[in-house]
Design a protein around this ligand. Structure first.
Ligand SMILES: [Zn+2]
Length: 466
């Protein structure tokens, strides 16, 4: 077996140079002015994958930004097939004046590479590519059949991924998806993400009259749309911090004892969270720690509310209409398609008949969960333990992404191998990648391929669970 440690030591500088060249391309997917750069980034990555020894293709995405596909399928039918997922697009870099060195002039200082995309997500794709390049050069083969699917519009919300996955399902099909786009709790606390939350986003529009009414002439006898909306939203959670909508928790899978023990073992200081966010308290669902509530439990939030008179001075009216945007984070096995009608029914049931209401949805994302004892998670944990010299903990990600869509389309569970750190400032000025973690990532990826290929894990992965 190739000596991955020796490779990382010998190539330490050239790997960073190679990554820096890629990070110099401003592949900002949300900005049409950077379309050519996103394409250039895709082509650049395709070149790296090709040089590593994979068959590679830049795939056009209908109405969107190009993705990169690559494969090496020489490990044989007994070996599992793993698809590495990540993205080559990046967030906008502004405010530019807050960067110590320009975002697209990658610069190494204090053991970190500073550049937009260094951590999210080019560095995390690059450590996978580097591991593959070395294994193929040294051994002439990989322990697993490997595919890469690196999309170009994740930072724009992956608007075309569902159609893309349908179109390319056969090509991308695998026994395990290895997501390379998440982080760890702290440099010396290696950890593996096991879940992503889902999301639904809704707007509620209320009307109580054709137009605003004079509060002196009619006040005391007519309904007030803003008051109706506020009363409605005040009932969204009960005194114990639970969402009051009937049936909301029916499909929520309980956190297992092992998960709760993991949450309890993660380094977390409520005072520090209060200091970082500038809030005076951490309210939420009774019976769960703040960490559990931030990633392992459903949430309901009013994102905005408007209506009536909000101008300068006074205007004595009774508002005829009121509006709110409301979002919910979901956990496995909650389904947006089942919950949106529950919300709408709850709204209609609670409002008096004289209030006209409409509820509209801006779309949903399904939650993803790979149980801790899934053979893929256990194997990934062994790989991380070997690379980091320490058993990893498991945690969940509070945000939402396309992982469940990937998992459903490709018929395989997701494992999450990521080395980003909370202080890497992704999406913010001075994004960085801790090079020590990048090198550990190269090793972890190589070990993960090996662990997935052990006969026991391979057999378990190749037996579909759904
Ligand atoms: Zn990312």
């Amino acid at each position: 077996m190739a000596d991955i440690d020796a490779f990382v030591q010998a190539e330490a500088d050239s790997l960073v140079t190679e990554l820096s060249e890629w990070c110099a391309i401003p592949s900002i997917s949300s900005d049409p002015e950077h379309s050519a750069d996103v394409r250039r980034s895709a082509e650049h990555l395709a070149g790296l994958l090709e040089a590593a020894g994979l068959d590679t293709e830049v795939l056009a995405v209908d109405g969107g930004q190009p993705a990169v596909y690559a494969e090496w399928l020489g490990a044989g039918a007994e070996a599992p097939t793993v698809t590495v997922y990540g993205h080559h697009d990046v967030q906008p870099a502004d405010p530019l004046d807050q960067w110590t060195t320009p975002p697209f002039v990658p610069t190494v200082r204090d053991g970190c590479l500073y550049a937009r995309g260094a951590s999210d997500d080019k560095g995390q794709i690059h450590f996978q590519v580097s591991a593959v390049r070395h294994l193929l050069a040294a051994d002439g083969r990989l322990p697993v059949n490997l595919k890469f699917f690196v999309e170009g519009e994740e930072e724009s919300g992956s608007p075309n991924i569902d159609a893309f996955l349908v179109e390319h399902a056969e090509r991308l099909a695998c026994d395990l998806v290895m997501v390379s786009d998440t982080g760890m709790v702290a440099e010396h606390v290696p950890s593996l993400v096991t879940a992503m939350r889902g999301l639904i986003y809704l707007q509620v529009d209320l009307r109580t009259a054709p137009a605003d009414l004079h509060s002196g002439s009619f006040g005391g006898a007519v309904p007030n749309a803003v008051a109706e909306l506020v009363a409605l939203l005040a009932g969204l959670k009960d005194a114990a911090g639970r969402i009051s909508i009937p049936g909301w928790y029916d499909d929520v899978l309980d956190l297992t004892d092992e998960e709760r023990a993991n949450f309890a073992a993660l380094p977390f200081d409520p005072e520090e969270l209060k200091a970082v966010t500038g809030v005076g308290a951490l309210p939420g669902e009774e019976g769960f720690s703040p960490l559990e509530r931030m990633s392992g439990r459903p949430t309901a939030d009013v994102n905005g509310i408007w209506g009536g008179f909000t101008g300068i001075g006074s205007k004595t009216i009774i508002p005829a209409e009121a509006h709110a945007k409301v979002s919910f984070r979901l956990v496995a096995d909650q389904d947006p398609a089942r919950l949106e009608p529950l919300f709408e029914r709850w709204v209609r049931d609670r409002l008096p008949e004289h209030v006209e209401v409409s509820v509209r949805s801006f779309g949903g994302v399904k939650p993803a969960l790979t149980p801790l004892d899934h053979p893929g998670n256990r194997a990934a944990a062994r790989a991380v333990a070997r690379a980091f010299g320490k058993e990893p903990l498991f945690n969940r990600e509070g945000g939402s992404g396309p992982e469940r869509a990937l998992s459903d389309a490709l018929g395989a569970a997701c494992v999450y191998l990521g080395v980003m750190l909370p202080e890497d400032r992704i999406h913010a000025p001075n994004e960085r990648l801790l090079l020590a973690n990048y090198y550990r990532g190269v090793r972890a990826a190589a070990y993960a391929f090996e662990e997935f290929a052990t006969p026991e894990v391979a057999a378990a992965l190749r037996t579909p669970v759904r």
